[in-house]
Design a binder for this molecule. Structure first.
Ligand code: SF4
Length: 547
């Protein structure tokens, strides 16, 4: 990983401010490092920079407010991820603010769990109830008995809450469901993750291989834009997919592989590349380990061996393997993103990583670039208490390659008490019934809890089982952490409230100044949150930290 010095960061800020002055003259307020600007043009339209929260990509955006109402969200031209364009989901983000089904007030369960009978309460009542329960859990079972399941940058504030409370049990269910196997596979091969956004140098690739990835249908904004750029530049596209996708329609070689047989296809590709000496020998000599054993292992996995498994013609396997080698190191076998499919996913991702290694493309143009980060001082949080028990999720390191908290492990401990009991869950912006396999086990675990709190914008199934449901603001109504991004060049982006959340959401007995009448930034951040608003909301407003 490259790092740049603070001096360079300050220079970037200076350059950005100059750019901001130019951009403002055309009525646009660019985001990133100078995002605290606010523009009113002659038409009375207010434009405020933020970054999108509809998916994890975090595209820089500019929100427009017309006649005091949220009007539209567009890409921020100064943002390296969106490059001035949002995907259709991002532009639709406005809908979350107006959604008639969003949660508007804290709710407390009236009867048994899962009955979905609620009483509306004030924030004070809800928080008092939660605090009492958490104190009781702590005294009886220890602080580790509370766990947090969280998704997205908005959950960072609760992560601090749980750490300060004394529990290390914080999990992101989306990791195992999405990119977990990929990051394990690449870490085992290259010693590093592919990270997020992926470090794929798509725009400079001369050959792009997609195995079950649907760039153009999935909307990871920058990747889709770069994919279009690469096609325009004449890159060769190879697609292996049971379905003839949009990407397949652009492919020189389309391999209609049978579902669940990707590893066989990748082994056959590697067999051809090794047998015909098409790999990057210099790169392998410099960085490889165990290549002789690998060569010996790969011998039997010929295209003819793969044919009955994959259904792909051996000649097509050979031709596409040779095509990959022709363009190396600017051949990129895309690592995928949502890769939890068949149960052999980490091994599948290892195979993808090894095929990339044969191309010698790690850290090379048109392959995987080395992302750069920047030094940014963190928010001065106090030191959190150290847990005596340690994490609950992976007793005796049963899963030695897991490098993130295992969500299933927390659920299991909640049921079995092994290695110790979990008695409280806070669930932020994730529907555990969809994010975890085996719904019955999730229900069984929930029935063992003394406290379950769900925080979300829209109630999902999991909210129906909560003791307390707290309404979250949508991303256009709140502060979040700075997005300090790893990318080709590092940058930071700010999220800030553009419009007020629904009035009922803040009915706490206190007054709340309106964003419509106050400047968005740089006021003292607490000035716009009513004193009686929740501790969570206060922390949000007060906190600016690195991700
Ligand atoms: S890819 Fe689309 S949904 Fe995701 S952050 Fe970017 S604009 Fe938003």
């Amino acid at each position: 990983m490259n790092t740049i010095s603070r001096r360079k960061f300050l220079k970037i800020c200076g350059a950005s401010l100059a750019a901001a002055a130019t951009a403002r003259s055309i009525g646009v307020v660019p985001g990133a490092a100078h995002a605290m600007d606010l523009a009113n043009d002659d038409s009375g339209i207010r434009t405020v920079p933020t970054y999108c929260d509809i998916c994890f990509w975090k595209c820089g955006a500019i929100a427009h407010v017309r006649d005091g109402k949220l009007w539209k969200v567009e890409g921020n031209p100064a943002d390296p991820l969106s490059r001035g364009r949002l995907c259709p989901r991002g532009t639709g983000g406005v809908g979350a603010h107006y959604d008639p089904d969003r949660l508007r007030a804290p709710l407390m369960r009236k009867s048994v769990r899962g009955q979905e009978e609620w009483t509306e309460v004030t924030w004070g009542e809800a928080l008092e109830f939660i605090a009492e329960k958490m104190n009781a859990i702590k005294s009886k079972y220890g602080p580790e008995a509370m766990a947090l399941f969280s998704h997205g940058i908005g959950g960072n504030f609760l992560k601090h809450t749980i750490k300060a409370y004394g529990s290390p049990n914080i999990a992101a269910p989306s990791f195992a469901q999405c990119r977990g196997p990929r990051d394990v596979g690449f870490r085992l091969t290259f010693g590093e993750d592919v990270s997020s956004p992926e470090r794929t140098d798509i725009k400079n690739a001369k050959c792009i291989v997609l195995i079950g990835s649907h760039l153009g249908e999935n909307m990871h904004n920058t990747q889709v834009q770069e994919f279009a750029e690469a096609i325009e530049n004449g890159a060769t596209i190879i697609v292996a997919d049971p379905r003839f996708s949009v990407a397949a329609s652009k492919a020189k070689h389309y391999l209609p592989v049978k579902p669940g047989t990707d590893i066989a296809l990748i082994l056959a590709w590697m067999n051809v590349i090794v047998k015909e000496n098409l790999y990057d020998a210099e790169y392998i000599t410099a960085h490889g380990f165990g290549f002789e054993q690998f060569t010996a292992e790969i011998q039997t996995f010929t295209p003819e061996w793969a044919y009955p498994l994959t259904g792909v013609n051996p000649d097509l396997i050979r031709d596409s393997a040779r095509e990959m080698a022709l363009h190396r190191p600017a051949t990129l076998i895309h690592p995928g993103r949502h890769v939890t499919w068949y149960g052999d996913d980490a091994q599948r991702s290892r195979a993808v990583a090894l095929l990339n290694a044969l191309m010698g493309n790690w850290g090379r143009k048109g392959g995987f670039y080395f992302p750069a980060s920047m030094d940014l001082p963190g928010y001065p949080y106090p030191t959190y208490p150290k847990s005596e028990k340690g994490k609950v999720d992976n007793p005796n390191h049963k899963y030695p390659f897991a490098h993130e908290t295992i969500t299933n492990g927390i659920r299991e401990a909640t049921i079995t008490g092994n290695p110790y009991l979990i008695k409280g869950w806070i669930v932020y912006a994730t529907n555990l019934f969809q994010a975890l396999p085996n719904e019955q086990e999730t229900i069984q675990a929930i029935q063992n809890l003394d406290l379950m709190v769900v925080v979300d914008v829209i109630p999902s199934e999991i909210a129906g089982w909560a003791d307390v449901v707290l309404p979250e603001s949508v991303y256009l109504e709140r502060f979040d952490d700075l997005n300090v991004e790893w990318f080709r060049d590092p940058f930071i982006a700010i999220r800030q409230p553009i419009v007020d959340p629904p009035a009922e959401q803040n009915q706490t007995g206190g007054s709340r100044a309106s964003l419509q009448s106050n400047p968005v930034f740089p006021n003292t951040t607490l000035g716009r949150i009513s004193k009686s608003t929740s501790a969570i909301a206060s922390k949000k407003a007060a906190t600016v930290m690195t991700n």
